[in-house]
Design a protein. Structure first.
Length: 492
């Protein structure tokens, strides 16, 4: 389902909408711009504000009835102090989208006073995120129990040019977010490496991109022993996917976006506990983020060169599966001792990062649901960010902040390398529990040569096991926003 965004000039006397959502900051008063809204409610809004029934705290809501015609229902959403107005507007938009779905409104109008293009974009992204709902593998309820999903949202804004620009950007990025979330939500028996490859082909066809897909045989020719050892235990053909978007001018530099695409991770021989293993279908959220970002970048028609790279397989136990103690050789010649087969994402990414070098990238960003240690360190609020170039790390952090996907830097000091030294190989794939997120990134760094690189550990942010209010349980769309904002930042 796609929410169609548009804009209109605020005129509450003639507005026709099943639902009007008004976003207000802390301690609102009946200002001149709210008096027309108050008229729609017959003075109920003014009375509620004077009694302080509604104080504008973050996520606070107030429902008021409208008329049988014009504005039929009103929902006021608090933005809190709104010190970060873009984030507050994005969040209010998401709540609006979810509430519209619950009410079966079908369409809504959103008002938050004067809005810039960036603010319209933030509202639009929130509306699309909040309205997103996964129903593909559910039987539809009886007709009399169905509620109309949100299909159209009008953002009320006085500046028409700003509104149009903001809506266009929100629609493009929102489509990328929705694609990533849909891929993440699909079960592992549907969203396979072949399915991700077909999705890449579809994006390439619609947006005139070049797509290259390597299977098991092609990767063997490339001597990708690190990637292929993870795929030993599965009958499904692993895929290395490369999508090339070439819209930069002559001499333009290339950005590479890399994603881990483990369509299911059982842990292999080092098998995970049964409880909660079903969540491991989300181990491909890094790959989904790359595909979503490539979709959004193409829709935005950004004048850049971007290559999206995905390493996809499943990690399964079998008689052919890689074992702890095995030694494999990556495509750059380095030997790896396998300590834990559940530390498989880094083995896949190792060969993908080596492969990235052939595109002569100026910067490489990889995203992976890589370590549970990152969840312990940063919870579900921030993405772990590490790299070999401090300037690039800061650029990524800034992009994450702008997109509402905050990150936090972690050190890659050489002292930590002692934890991944091997007695029988050049490096081992796990340093144990201490500094687990850092040692995983240091392992990846062994396969980075000739380019600036940043690693995003999205294990705690790419999906949620609880309802966050703005999004339900499941995929969040991270890191689509960070990827897109990083690339957009390089066009400004």
């Amino acid at each position: 389902m796609t929410v169609v965004l548009n804009t209109a000039t605020p005129n509450f006397a003639t507005l026709d909408s099943p639902l009007l959502l008004v976003a207000l900051a802390t301690n609102p008063t009946l200002t001149a711009e709210l008096k027309p809204v108050d008229s729609v409610t017959g003075g109920a809004l003014g009375r509620a504000l004077s009694r302080r029934d509604f104080r504008g705290a973050r996520d606070e809501t107030l429902h008021l009835a409208g008329g049988e015609r014009g504005v039929q229902r009103l929902l006021f959403v608090g933005m809190g102090p709104a010190t970060d107005r873009l984030s507050a507007l994005r969040r209010a938009g998401a709540i609006a989208g979810r509430q519209a779905n619950k009410l079966g409104a079908g369409r809504l109008a959103f008002f938050a006073g004067a809005l810039s293009a960036e603010e319209v974009e933030a509202v639009g992204l929130g509306l699309i995120a909040g309205a997103w709902d996964f129903k593909e593998t559910k039987t539809a309820p009886p007709a009399d129990e169905q509620r109309a999903p949100l299909e159209q949202a009008t953002i009320l804004v006085a500046d028409s040019a700003a509104g149009q620009a903001g809506v266009k950007a929100a629609q493009a990025i929102g489509e990328g977010h929705s694609l990533a979330r849909r891929l993440g939500m699909l079960p592992g028996n549907i969203c396979t490496p072949d399915y991700l490859a077909d999705t890449a082909r579809d994006i390439a066809k619609r947006h005139n991109m070049k797509v290259t897909i390597l299977g098991r045989k092609e990767m063997a020719v490339e001597k990708m022993g690190s990637f292929l050892c993870v795929a030993q235990g599965t009958t499904q053909d692993p895929k290395l996917i490369a999508l090339e978007y070439r819209r930069g001018g002559e001499g333009a530099k290339t950005v590479a976006l890399v994603g881990k695409g483990l369509c299911f991770d059982s842990g292999g021989i080092s098998i995970k506990p049964a409880q909660g293993m079903e969540w491991m279908k989300f181990d491909m959220c890094g790959a989904a983020g790359v595909l979503g970002a490539m979709e959004a970048i193409a829709r935005l028609e950004l004048p850049v060169n971007v290559v999206g790279l995905i390493g996809s397989t499943t990690n399964m136990p079998s008689g052919e599966a890689v074992k702890p103690g095995d030694v494999v050789q990556a495509s750059n010649g380095k030997f790896i001792e396998i300590i834990n087969t559940d530390a498989e994402g880094r083995l896949v990414l190792a060969d993908v990062l080596v492969y990235a070098k052939r595109f002569s990238p100026d910067a490489v960003l990889d995203a992976a649901t890589l370590t549970g240690a990152c969840v312990i360190a940063l919870g579900h609020t921030a993405t772990g960010v590490m790299g070999n170039d401090d300037g690039l790390v800061q650029e990524v952090l800034d992009a994450g902040k702008r997109s509402g996907e905050p990150g936090w830097p972690l050190p890659l000091w050489d002292d930590y390398k002692e934890l991944i030294k091997s007695d029988v190989a050049d490096v081992k794939n796990s340093g144990g529990r201490p500094a687990g997120t850092i040692t995983a990134a240091l392992f990846l760094k062994e396969f980075v040569e000739g380019f600036s690189w940043v690693h995003l550990d999205v294990a705690g942010t790419a999906y949620t096991e609880s309802d966050l209010g703005t999004v339900p349980r499941g995929p969040t769309g991270v890191p689509v926003g960070t990827f897109v904002e990083f690339v957009r930042g390089r066009t400004r």
